[in-house]
Write a new protein. Structure first.
Length: 398
């Protein structure tokens, strides 16, 4: 070996070792990653997303990891409580010294920690919240988001209701935080000057044990359409209460609350018949996907890595997709696991199609888009499964 070639190899190895040394949580055999999830509290059903991600990471590690490194995924319970999210996020960064955060879930907690994480210059990747301001590159240069913005989703619903119930008064029951307020803003943007006369609002706090009184009040408004913008526990309560009091509006659910196991079953599958929601994922219970190669893969994977869990829970599907996004980012990083490159690669995903997403839905990120998903399709609950209808809609089609 020539002296020049040897020096080049040594320099390359030195640079790689230096990059690892400068990135906490990265060794030659491991990369440490963290997130917070509501494993307890009012949104605990959403924590199955975290369990789905954990399962897929186990699959990655069983296959030898990525570029020779196993993933050490650390998930902490924040109980959907912002002070707890702050505490656990600080622990991940300052005590566990994770390389980056990936897929933390919960709008209140992310709202409470996003400035801190960005100030620390920690990659804050594919957070599970559709709050529109989280997608602002200038304000949050370390953050990417895992779901379509709530504003875009809300505009899709406003357009749909306008088409099928053009003269209807619309009730919006929303969670009183950034999640719910984005949907209100979307409807305000769509209806413009007609908003105040067409839309009646009612907000609730996640600390409320029940939202039955809100539903009764909204029925009295004479609304013929109802948007539920919140988390599964409250969406299920609203569907059940509307049925109990004989109110039959067109009910539209936000994506976060569209899980069969977390919302539809607690509400009562028959009571939910006719409910509409937007999605990016295939429903494992839908017979149209019985022979679909992607869903065949998912059923086999689920049986091995999530035995005994409810395969009908869409949170597991989405958690698996998060795991696949993580896999893609790390593969693109190669051996450059500097935090700068980790963020760069999360914003350089092109043409990624996952096995459990709907046909036509493709993941593309870049300098002008920090959302993993910008496409959704409407679906209607038949009483036994979700049935998709219409075309795939994008941020530009609403």
């Amino acid at each position: 070996m020539s002296r020049t070639l040897a020096l080049t190899i040594l320099l390359s190895l030195s640079m790689a070792s230096s990059a690892m040394a400068q990135t906490p949580g990265v060794t030659e055999s491991e990369i440490k990653i963290g997130a917070t999830y509501p494993f307890s509290g009012p949104a605990s059903s959403l924590s199955n997303t975290g369990k789905g991600m954990m399962a897929y990471v186990k699959r990655i590690n069983d296959d030898g990891g990525i570029n020779g490194r196993k993933i050490n995924l650390i998930l902490y319970d924040d109980a959907y409580s912002p002070p707890k999210t702050v505490e656990q996020t600080r622990k991940l960064i300052e005590s566990d010294e994770v390389a980056f955060l990936f897929g933390p879930l919960g709008t209140p907690g992310i709202s409470a920690t996003i400035k801190y994480v960005n100030a620390k210059k920690i990659p804050h990747l594919f957070v599970v919240s559709g709050v529109t301001r989280f997608t602002n590159f200038n304000e949050f240069p370390m953050t990417t988001t895992a779901i379509t913005s709530y504003f875009t989703e809300g505009r899709i619903y406003a357009k749909y209701i306008s088409q099928v119930r053009p003269n209807a008064k619309i009730a919006v029951l929303y969670q009183n935080d950034d999640l719910g307020k984005d949907f209100v803003q979307a409807f305000r943007s769509h209806f413009k000057d007609e908003f105040d006369k067409k839309v009646v609002l009612s907000s609730y706090e996640v600390s409320e044990p029940t939202i039955d009184s809100h539903v009764v009040t909204l029925k009295a408004s004479g609304a013929e359409a109802l948007l539920l913008a919140g988390t599964p526990k409250f969406a299920a309560q609203a569907i059940r209460k509307a049925d109990e009091i004989g109110w039959k509006p067109l009910i539209v659910l936000n994506f976060v609350s569209s899980s069969v196991s977390s919302t539809i079953v607690p509400a009562g599958p028959e009571r939910a018949t006719g409910v509409v929601a937007a999605t990016m994922t295939k429903d494992v219970a839908d017979k149209q996907w019985a022979d679909d190669p992607g869903m065949k893969w998912y059923r086999e994977y689920f049986a091995k890595y999530l035995p005994g869990a409810d395969i009908g829970d869409g949170n597991y599907v989405f958690g698996t997709q998060l795991g696949q996004l993580l896999e893609q980012v790390l593969k693109q990083c190669g051996n450059d696991l500097s935090r700068e490159n980790i963020v760069k690669q999360s914003r350089s995903i092109h043409g990624l199609v996952l096995p459990t997403v709907l046909p036509g839905v493709v993941i593309n990120t870049g300098p002008d888009n920090s959302m993993a998903y910008t496409q959704m399709r409407l679906q209607r609950w038949t009483g036994t499964s979700w049935e998709q209808f219409g075309d795939v809609m994008t941020a530009d089609s609403n």
